[in-house]
Design a protein around this ligand. Structure first.
Ligand code: NDP
Length: 234
């Protein structure tokens, strides 16, 4: 029987590259997306074992409905990849010029931190019935406090640091049930978020993340990695 993965934000960028990689490796892929810009339709045509699930990570009803839909298509879930995130343009100026009344901080936390928590909570029963019990949160080197050199980008960096903490707490809680939780930096990728100067094609990052996901993990192993398999400092 095929193993099953759910990927959030699977309609473009890294999410689409991950759906393509897992689909090509013959996994049953549940591609969570708010909308399709064409890439997912092509993927579904190529791989009949890839299907789309409507999923907005900021809307708990949407997440609940997605979990219900997936439970109708699969008996369990082996891997959950929390990939959906935003990088708010408004979040990059220095403190003096930052508009904290425009809600970009709250929006970023809602998508990048509470989003993965909502999805993990609603999909936990399915993950418990899966074999691998792997939760892979797509984080960033921007979430590392130890290696932080930035003087701005408060919203995004704070959100990824909080996602790292979320990953650690989940590992502490779920490790006894055989779960492994990872927080993975995917590299500076050539996506809408990474922009034109980025260096890593998303399919190269997706291949590295796939290799990480296929490792045998013990609950006591490190949590924070990059896509090439180097562990990162919190
Ligand atoms: P993109 O901006 O290219 O894509 C973001 C994805 O997230 C889209 O599919 C988007 O869907 C989805 N998304 C945003 N908000 C929501 C929501 N409320 N509900 C569901 N889906 C949503 O980003 P990347 O592919 O570059 O990034 C993927 C991951 O990698 C993110 O977690 C990011 O933080 C991380 N990362 C990226 C880096 C880079 O250089 N690009 C560097 C380090 C980390 P929609 O089309 O509907 O908006």
């Amino acid at each position: 029987m095929r193993e099953t993965v759910l990927i959030t934000g699977a309609n473009r960028g890294l999410g689409l590259a991950l759906a393509n990689k897992f689909g090509g490796e013959d996994w049953q892929v549940l591609a969570g997306a708010r909308a399709d810009h064409g890439g997912l339709a092509d993927l579904v045509k190529r791989f009949p074992h890839v299907s789309v699930v409507s999923l907005d990570v900021t809307d708990v009803d949407s997440v609940r409905n997605a979990a219900r839909q997936v439970s109708e298509r699969a008996t369990g879930l082996d891997i959950l990849i929390n990939n959906a995130a935003i990088f708010p343009e408004e979040g990059t100026p220095p403190l003096a010029k930052l508009d904290l009344s425009d809600m970009h901080l709250q929006r970023t936390m809602d998508v990048n931190v509470l989003g993965p928590l909502r999805v993990t909570q609603q999909f936990l029963p399915l993950l418990e019935r899966g074999q691998r019990k792997l939760i892979l949160n797509v984080s960033s080197e921007a979430g590392s406090i130890a290696d932080c050199r930035r003087k701005s980008q408060y919203a995004y960096c704070m959100s990824k640091a909080a996602l790292n903490m979320q990953s650690r707490i989940l590992q502490n809680d779920l490790g006894r049930k055989g779960f492994k939780v990872l927080a993975v930096h995917p590299g500076w990728m050539q996506t809408d978020m990474g922009g034109p100067d980025a260096t890593v094609p998303p399919d190269v990052s997706a291949a590295g993340i796939f290799r990480l996901a296929m490792r045998h993990w013990d609950p006591s192993d490190e949590i924070y990695w990059d896509y090439r398999g180097n562990s990162l400092r919190w």
